[in-house]
Structures are given as C-alpha cells and as structure tokens.
Design a protein around this ligand. Structure first.
Ligand code: ADP
Ligand code: MG
Length: 543
C-alpha cells in the first residue's frame, strides 16, 4: 500500500488521502484512489488494459463530488462520485480541445455497517470538494473570491434567443452540471422583452448569490441596466453575474472563455466551458460603460457600441436568427454586396492622456495604420459644438462635468463627459475623416463567438478599444478584415483604413438622416452618442 502511495509523491505532491474501492460500474474492477492537494489519481489493481490502468485528473477540473447509498436497501455499500470537465482533444484533427465530462464513481463496501460505509464515502466527497475549492481560490498565490456553497442562483432563460433552444440547452448541458456542483438554481423563463429587467429591478437581492442568464448578450444587457435602475444600485451592481451562451450573439460568453486561456470553441463546446466556469464560481470585476443618447437617456453597456457596417449587420441579420451564430457571417456577406459610406464625426479621449497636450495617436493610442492625416486637437474642428475656450472652461472650472441624467437612471457619475450638446474638452482628439465604413467600440474581446475583435482586451482593463474604418476600403479588403478577425489577426492585415485606439471616452455625431446604432447588439436611438468607461463597476463569474 505504501508503495502505491509513494508512486505519486513526485508528480502531484504528497498523497493526503488513500483508499481501495471497486468501480461502481464493475464490482470486479478494483482501484486504488489517491488524493493529493492537486490531483485525483486512480490506478487499476486488476488486469485492465494498460491504457486505462492509471488516470490522473486535476482537481482544478472538478466541479463537485457526492456521496450516496445505493438503491438496494439490503446492500450495505455506499458510493462516492467525482465530476470532472478536463480539456480533451476531439476526434477530428483540426478541432481545438474542449471540456468533456468525466465521471469517476466508486463503491465502498469494506464494512458491514451501511452507515459506516456512507460516512467514509462522505469523507471522500468532502475531501475532493475542499481540495478542488482550494485549487480554485489560490491562483498564482492570490486569493480569489468565489461564490458560496450552497449557492442561490436566479437563472433567466430566454426561450426566444438564438435558434430558440436555450431551454433545451439548459436541460441537456447545464442542469446536470449544476446538480453535480451542488447548485440548484431558480429558473425564470422570460416571457417578453424587458421581463428580466423588471424582475431584477424589483428583486430582493439579499436572497440571491448570483444572477445568471442563458441567452445571447441582449438579456444580460437587460439585467445590468435593471440593476443600475435601482435606488440601491451601488450595492446591486456588486451582485455577481453569470452568462451562458444560448443566443445567436454570445460575445461575452466567448470573451470569458477566451480570458480563461483556452483555445477558441463555439456552440455547445462554448456552453460547456461557460457552465464549467459558472460551477467553479470565481468572481472578477468587469468594466461597464456609461452611454448618453441624444434622447437624454443614459444606459450601461458591457460589450460594444457599433455604428455603420457592424451595426447594420447586427440588425439586418436578425432575419437569419434561426442560423444561430452563423447569422453574422451571412449578414456580413449580404452587407458587403451593398457596401456604403456613413458620414459623421468621431472624437475620443486617449486612454493614457495625462495632459491636454495633443500628440495625435501616439499618446496611448495603438494605431494599426496611420490615417492619411493625423487626428487633431478639437480646437480646429467641430465648429458647431466644439470650442476650445468653452471646453477648457468646462473642464477647469468644474473638474467633473455636470450631467443632466434622466430621473430614473442611476449609476456612478461620469467624470470625463460634458453634456452631449456641449463642446468637448481640449485634450480630446478629433478624427479628421468624416467618411466612415464603420465605428466599433469594444469593451471586451469578442464581437461574436468567432470574432475576436479586441485580442488584448481584458475583463476590467478600464479601456474602450475603439476601431474605425474610413472610406476608401475595398470590399475585398473589408472581407479580408472580417476573415482575419476570426483569429484576432485583423490588426496584422496592414489595412490603411483601419485604426485601433485605446480610449477612456468617446463621442460620435452621425450625420443627419436615418441609421443604426447598436449597444451590446441591441438597437438604440439614432443620433449623437457618447461613452465613458467605468473600470470594474460590475462583477462577473469568469475563469
Ligand atoms: P440573441 O443573441 O439571440 O439575440 P438575446 O439574449 O440578445 O439573444 O435576446 C434577444 C432579445 O430578446 C433581447 O432584446 C431580449 O430582451 C429579448 N427577449 C427576452 N425574452 C424574450 C421573450 N420571451 N420573447 C421575446 N423576446 C425576448
Ligand atoms: Mg442579441
């Protein structure tokens, strides 16, 4: 027995618990089970094929463990099961590894007393749970905050999102996994638009440890704005949120998966990955962006603000919703055929701007190509709205720009934005071009499951990743950009019309006429709009 224990000493650290059981599926299959601080190690003691004689599973991949009695009352044995979701290669050659379920279940029958067997099984289940939680809490020596156990989840399901399969996906993939993790959620099936928003606005949040959605990004947009519409918004927005991809636009879910450092996957593999992260329950801060519309409405966004090509694709592709995430690919091809130019003015505050001295893009702004004429300080332009003297006065005299926020909107005050009809401060940069193909402000990495728009974005980097494409780009070059974006390589395409700038705030004044602006994939009023990032304002369950 000692020999079996010491076999594992070097690989996984000292064995802290050791036992010999049979597999629950095969009573003739005897195994030694070793638990170290990091790993769960099973070694077959019978004449099993060499390939399955020894299995080492990382406790980081474990979502839970349970002990139970068998169905047969006359049988004194007890069982314990541990549930893992390790990354595994898939059969087809090119596919990235994805998380796949591995259940290990053992029968304990050493004693005649059924209670004693059950106690032993419970000791094992507890030991596995505690060690896997410890692995989770301590990463790189830092203590991370996690959801409590048992965990009270309010889980919103949008039955209309994507292909209309969110509930089926929940039942087939998520419900079993949550149950393995000992989490029993309260399900709310949304009945209409803004249903989740109303529920969240009125909920007694002391009853819930987290609010989770299974849908696309639109439903989380409702939940976040619902929280910030509450009188107790400061406390409410600290409620941990979770996202499970069940819509057609699953960009935040793809971003969370990407930040966990695992290769890109889509569809159900992405769902399993996000379900796994939810079970692990690690909570991180997430940036939220405050937006002001010309209608005087204020709202918050966690993902994106789009105008021009991307916004048009967002809206036009609604009719291909049944295609799921592929709707954006189809929409992009259709819109390319009728590519057009959008007139407007765009200004921003660079992320690292410390003083009002303007040095074009080089100050904190990473341009992927230098625009044909460099951006200039606001003094020379926006003749109707921007006037340097006024702007300076606004900034210097008041320090914090006053906001005329609508009555029912809460959230922290914006410190960088003057009211939308007032000139901008002089340390903002005005983009010299007024003919655009698209403007896309990203607050997280992914624009869709398979579009890595801002590869270096992080959940709470406090940065808006502003991209714009000016007129003059060919259809072919634009298509190349979107194809490269699948791997986040669009910034390497040397496209002269594409600019990427890291900013803290921006203002867009689209030209007159009709048009589309989307926020988190949802359409908002068309007209002037401005944004300011609030670093780490929200909290999200992520990896
Ligand atoms: P998708 O990615 O498929 O667009 P979303 O989560 O973005 O999925 O949801 C799309 C829209 O559906 C959102 O505007 C949301 O408010 C709305 N919605 C939520 N529940 C329902 C429902 N039961 N019926 C119709 N629309 C709903
Ligand atoms: Mg959507």
């Amino acid at each position: 027995m000692d020999q079996r224990r010491s076999d594992f000493r070097n690989a996984s650290g000292p064995v802290t618990l050791f036992g010999e059981f049979t597999l629950s599926s095969n009573r003739k299959a005897r195994c030694s089970v070793n638990l170290t601080e990091k790993d769960f190690i099973i070694q077959r003691l019978d004449s099993a094929p060499v390939s399955c004689r020894k299995v080492v599973l990382s406790l980081r991949d474990c979502v839970g463990s349970q002990a139970y009695r068998g169905d047969d009352g006359a049988d004194p044995s007890a069982y314990f099961a541990a549930y893992f979701y390790p990354l595994k290669k898939r059969r087809w050659v090119k596919a990235a590894p994805a998380r796949q379920r591995v259940e290990q279940c053992f029968r304990l029958a050493a004693l005649q007393d059924p209670r004693a067997n059950l106690e032993e099984a419970e000791k094992w289940a507890r030991a596995v749970q505690e060690r896997s939680a410890r692995q989770q809490h301590l990463r790189d020596g830092a203590l991370l905050s996690s959801l409590p156990r048992p965990c009270r989840l309010m889980l919103f399901v949008n039955p209309q999102s994507g292909k209309g399969k969110a509930l089926t996906l929940y039942n087939s993939h998520i419900q079993p996994m949550l149950s393995e993790a000992g989490v029993i959620p309260t399900l709310i099936i949304t009945e209409r638009q803004n249903h989740a928003r109303e529920k969240v606005r009125e909920a007694d949040l002391s009853q819930w440890d987290a609010l989770v959605i299974i849908s696309g990004d639109g439903l989380l947009h409702e939940v976040i704005n619902g929280l910030l519409e509450r009188a107790d918004w400061e406390e409410a927005i600290r409620t941990p949120l979770g996202i499970l991809p069940g819509g057609s636009g699953n960009a935040l879910a793809a971003s969370v998966h990407y930040y966990s450092g695992v290769s890109q996957v889509t569809s159900e593999e992405l769902l399993v990955s996000c379900g796994f992260l939810l079970c692990k329950g690690q909570v991180s801060h997430m940036d939220l962006v405050s937006l002001h519309l010309s209608s005087n409405q204020r709202l918050f966004s966690f993902l994106s603000l789009a105008w021009g090509f991307v916004a048009d694709v967002d809206v036009e592709s609604e009719k291909y919703r049944h295609a799921g995430a592929a709707r954006f690919t189809v929409g992009t091809l259709v819109r390319l055929a009728s590519l057009r130019i959008y007139k407007g003015r765009l200004a921003y505050l660079p992320a690292s701007r410390g003083s009002s001295t303007d040095k074009g893009l080089q100050n904190g702004a990473a341009a992927c190509s230098t625009p044909s004429s460099a951006p200039r300080p606001l003094e020379d332009s926006f003749p109707n709205t921007c006037h340097s003297n006024n702007s300076l006065k606004l900034r210097r005299s008041e320090g914090r720009c006053p906001q005329s926020a609508p009555k029912d909107v809460h959230g922290p005050p914006d410190s960088l934005l003057p009211p939308l009809d007032q000139p901008l401060p002089s340390d903002w940069v005005l983009v010299p071009q007024e003919d655009f193909v698209l403007m896309l402000a990203m607050f997280q990495s992914h624009l869709a499951e398979d579009l890595l728009a801002a590869p270096d974005a992080r959940l709470d980097d406090g940065v808006i990743h502003l991209f714009y494409v000016t007129a003059g780009i060919s259809r072919k070059a634009l298509l190349r950009l979107f194809l490269a974006m699948e791997k986040g390589a669009h910034l390497d395409t040397n496209c002269q019309q594409l600019v990427h700038v890291k900013v803290r705030a921006l203002r867009l004044e689209p030209g007159s006429g009709k048009g589309v602006i989307t926020v988190d994939g949802e359409v908002v009023d068309y007209g002037p709009i401005q944004a300011e990032v609030h670093r780490g304002l929200g909290r999200l369950i992520s990896g």
